[in-house]
Write a protein that binds this ligand. Structure first.
Ligand code: ZN
Length: 246
């Protein structure tokens, strides 16, 4: 099959690369949403739900905002588990095949899979952060009153709200990674959320070879991708993992 030939070619490129990074996008999440029967999951990222991730609403009424965000974002995805894509990327990091991952996804699953160098450009719907002391809380340990026990200040969801920039440290580390990568793997990326979507373009402009894995063409396909593996992403990652072990 043609796809297997492409996967072998991708494996060859990865084996020869000294620095490979990954950019993962929302199509991985969309597949989870499609599989779900939960209506709250089906509504994720719809406009009327997105509206509540607003820094002004949060500043005006943190308890209201927290309840909305818990109901619409945190709770629907709290039982999700890393899939074969997340697990394979973790294995690749452990084997020094990749050096880091920039993700647009907020599900926290790449970190849950065990990956260390993950830069969540849109934040995480698994954690909350205290803006006073910087301490982070996993959703499972979220205080009932939404306040930092140390500072008595309202915790903020670790999601990046509309009107909020990407945290400086995350952004600069992701940029550094993309400007020095020899190879970049785009997986499940559509290229429609700025400025995060610029990461693959920065890599390409700095000479990186672009491998795209996606179940259908994206904005990157005809602009920057050097190889496009168009197939079920979980299958491709499973086969690629096998190929890398040969
Ligand atoms: Zn605190």
């Amino acid at each position: 099959m043609f796809v297997h030939k492409k996967i072998r070619e991708v494996a060859r490129i990865l084996k020869n690369s000294k620095k490979t990074m990954v950019f993962s996008g929302c199509k991985i999440v969309e597949n989870e949403i499609k599989k779900s029967k939960n209506q709250k999951v089906k509504n994720l990222f719809k406009k009327n739900v997105n509206r509540t991730i607003d820094i002004d609403i949060f500043n005006r009424d943190p308890v209201f905002a927290w309840n909305e965000i818990l109901e619409n974002f945190y709770n629907p995805i709290k039982d999700w588990k890393p899939n074969i894509i997340h697990k394979t990327l973790y294995e690749f990091e452990k084997a020094n095949i990749i050096s880091g991952i920039v993700t647009q996804n907020i599900d926290g699953l790449q970190i849950e899979a065990g990956s260390k160098n993950v830069y969540e450009f849109q934040g995480s719907a698994q954690r909350a952060v205290c803006l006073e002391c910087g301490r982070e809380y996993h959703i499972k340990d979220l205080p009932k009153d939404f306040k930092c026990p140390r500072c008595n200040r309202y915790l903020k969801p670790k999601l990046i709200f509309f009107g909020e920039p990407i945290p400086h440290k995350t952004y600069s580390k992701g940029m550094k990674l993309s400007s020095s990568a020899e190879v970049i793997i785009l997986i499940g990326a559509e290229g429609n959320i700025m400025p995060t979507s610029a990461i693959p373009i920065v890599a390409k402009n700095n000479g990186a070879f672009v491998i795209e894995i996606n179940d259908k063409p994206s904005r990157y396909t005809n602009s920057i991708s050097d190889i496009f593996v168009e197939y079920d992403m979980e299958y491709v990652m499973e086969k690629l993992h096998e190929e890398m072990n040969k």
